[in-house]
Design a protein around this ligand. Structure first.
Ligand code: TPP
Length: 585
């Protein structure tokens, strides 16, 4: 046994390894991404990225059916994608233990919505554990594997951003050695035709009944009696906040929140004068506690966003615990595309085209922000193509409609949208921004990038060949660092009456190790038109005295986009004449 400082994500990975998991599979998404990136470093466990969460859950279902333990990871919105296999897997049950690590993001630090995965556990009828720190993250994952096998059911471990990314001490143990049983067909369990599913539905009810007694006495749910004038029912990271804000209060700390421990709630409530329920996001616990007839005091705490110990203390009219305050008056740092980002040239051209852009999720979503502001929608991964098709069906605008999607997002859920357009005769324009990586979540490999999670080479899907073979009429490739070329091709394709895919191909600027020579502005030649500045490159600014453009040589990576959009040939490397092609006319 050794004690180590670990983040919640590192501890989840350690827990899966110690539990003897044979496979880890998932799709990246903050705050869950580092789980697999850590698990892959351990001996004896195979880890891989799937193109999306549904596929990840299905791979996990196969591993489990083959008798081995498996961890499947995703962020909260990923469970929307994986919900289909999860709900029916609960009926079928498991072979080897099957644990879903689902990371919620209260406050939407890096997500398109706030979702409370506890509701999914209740809806899919699968047990859910909620660790409040790294120690519990490790322990609960191991316990989740035991529960999964003992009760023959997939289990969710739900973390939130603060648990995933905060560090605390954990006790590391050894890896459980597990033998792989010989495969035995059990079609009545795994073939979910209605006749079998009806039986499994009854079986699921029985398994939940057995689990109901487990939650009443499990170690993960515990009563901490202190001053009995106030009893707080809580779970997850909020337990830590409650301990800081209300150190005297008695607490019922729930580590397993589905099935719901009704007897334990009633027992705790009978021991305290007043009951408060404190939880982030949805009133998951509060509604269930109230339904038992327990009077719950009004705290006025919101169901939106993240809590802090201070927010809880204020709600209870007690002094906020002394914590380090965030530094005030820091200069605002809005998210920006990096210098040399290939997405910038694409959005510059789309803005010039005055296109309606149905966007998608990735670094390129920053094209929605000033100064480019060239995106009209971003709903969920893969939505761009279906939305462009939908707009085309109504035909309410003369402006060209262009769907813009990244390579990882296209592999995740864009291909089916494109199939829909081909199938239904959609005549629109789709741009796939192929920067060879899943940049937004930290450069994970994907089916287009040619690299596996373990860092090994993989076949890289030929996007042009792929879209051609499914029936896209026109397939073009452009250099996104050449906005004039992008605009010219966009003009041609949006004017044509056919379905086209334009692949903008250039690696993510952060993957280009060799920085090209920086560019500089010739002060005499600059006519202060502001075109280069409207690219929104962090390396270019306006000199407050002369209003001329200035390039910060320490930031410039020499991508040449500004050279190409300059009206007066004022941008060049080291003062020399620049022979870069593709100038904007
Ligand atoms: C269902 C779902 N899963 C995961 C995520 C997290 N996520 C957001 S964008 C993205 C992929 C971005 O990669 P890509 O499309 O290649 O664009 P890039 O960032 O490289 O420009 C991921 C994994 C999410 N928002 N929704």
């Amino acid at each position: 046994m050794s004690r180590t400082l670990m983040s919640g994500n590192e501890a989840v990975a350690r827990g899966a390894w110690e539990a003897g998991a044979a496979v880890g599979v998932g799709y990246p998404g903050t705050p869950s991404t580092e789980v697999l990136e850590n698990l892959v470093r351990y001996e004896g466990v195979h880890c891989e990225w799937a193109p999306n969460e549904k596929v990840a859950a299905e791979v996990a279902a196969g591993v489990s059916m083959a008798g081995a333990r498996v961890l499947v990871t995703m962020k909260h919105v990923g469970l929307n994608v994986a919900a289909d296999p999860l709900f029916t897997q609960a009926y079928a049950g498991v072979g080897g233990g099957l644990v879903y690590l689902v990371a919620d993001d209260p406050g939407m630090h890096s997500s398109q919505n706030e979702q409370d995965t506890r509701n999914y556990a209740a809806a899919a009828k699968v047990p859910l554990f909620e660790p409040s720190d790294s120690t519990e993250a490790l322990a609960f994952v191991k316990r989740a594997f035991e529960v999964s096998e003992r009760y023959n059911i997939p289990v969710i471990v739900r973390t939130t951003t603060r648990v995933s990314h905060s560090k605390s001490l954990v006790e590391c143990g050894d890896r459980e050695q597990r033998l792989l049983p010989a495969y035995q067909k059990d079609a009545a369990r795994f073939v979910m035709i209605p006749a079998n599913a009806r039986n499994r539905r009854v079986s699921l009810a029985q398994r939940l009944e057995e689990l109901s007694s487990c939650v009443e006495s499990c170690d993960e749910n515990r009563i901490e009696l202190r001053d009995t004038s106030l009893g707080v029912i809580t779970s997850g990271i909020v337990y830590q906040y409650v301990r800081q804000a209300l150190p005297e209060a008695s607490v019922l700390k729930l580590g397993m929140v589905f099935p719901f421990p009704e007897k334990l709630i009633l027992d705790f409530s009978s021991k305290v004068d007043r009951v408060a329920v404190i939880e982030e996001l949805d009133p998951y616990l509060r509604l269930r506690v109230s339904a038992l007839g327990v009077g719950v005091i009004e705290t006025g705490l919101p169901c939106i966003g993240e809590y802090t110990p201070g927010i809880i203390a204020t709600a209870f009219g007690v002094p906020a615990p002394e914590l380090r305050e965030p530094i005030k008056d820091l200069p605002p740092r809005p998210p920006l595309m990096c210098p040399g980002c290939p997405h910038r040239g694409v959005f510059y051209a789309l803005r010039k085209l005055k296109a309606i852009v149905t966007g998608d999720i990735g670094c390129y979503t920053l094209g929605a922000l000033p100064p480019l502001q060239a995106m009209d929608s971003c709903i969920c991964m893969g939505a761009s193509i279906g939305m462009a098709h939908g707009m085309g069906l109504v035909g309410s605008t003369d402006r060209p409609v262009v769907a813009v999607i990244g390579d990882s997002t296209f592999a995740h859920s864009g291909l089916t949208g494109l199939l829909d357009m081909v199938y239904n005769g959609g005549a629109g324009t789709v741009m796939i921004l192929d920067n060879r990586t899943t940049a937004m979540t930290g450069h994970q490999g994907n089916p287009v990038s040619g690299i596996t999670l373990a860092g090994d080479p993989a076949p890289a899907v030929d996007l042009e060949a792929l879209v051609r073979v499914i029936g896209v009429a026109s397939v073009r490739e452009v250099d996104p660092h050449d906005p004039a070329e992008v605009l010219a091709v966009l003009r041609e394709e949006t004017a044509a009456d056919h379905l086209s895919v334009i692949v903008a191909k250039a690696p993510c600027a952060l993957l280009v190790r060799e920085k090209a020579d920086p560019f500089a502005v010739d002060e005499d030649a600059c006519i202060k038109c502001g075109r280069c500045i409207s690219l929104g490159c962090p390396a270019i600014s306006k000199d407050p005295e002369t209003s001329r453009a200035v390039i910060d040589a320490t930031l410039c990576v020499g991508c040449g986009q500004c050279v190409r959009v300059c009206r007066s040939d004022a941008i060049m490397p080291s003062g020399a004449a620049c022979d870069i092609g593709g100038r904007w006319s």
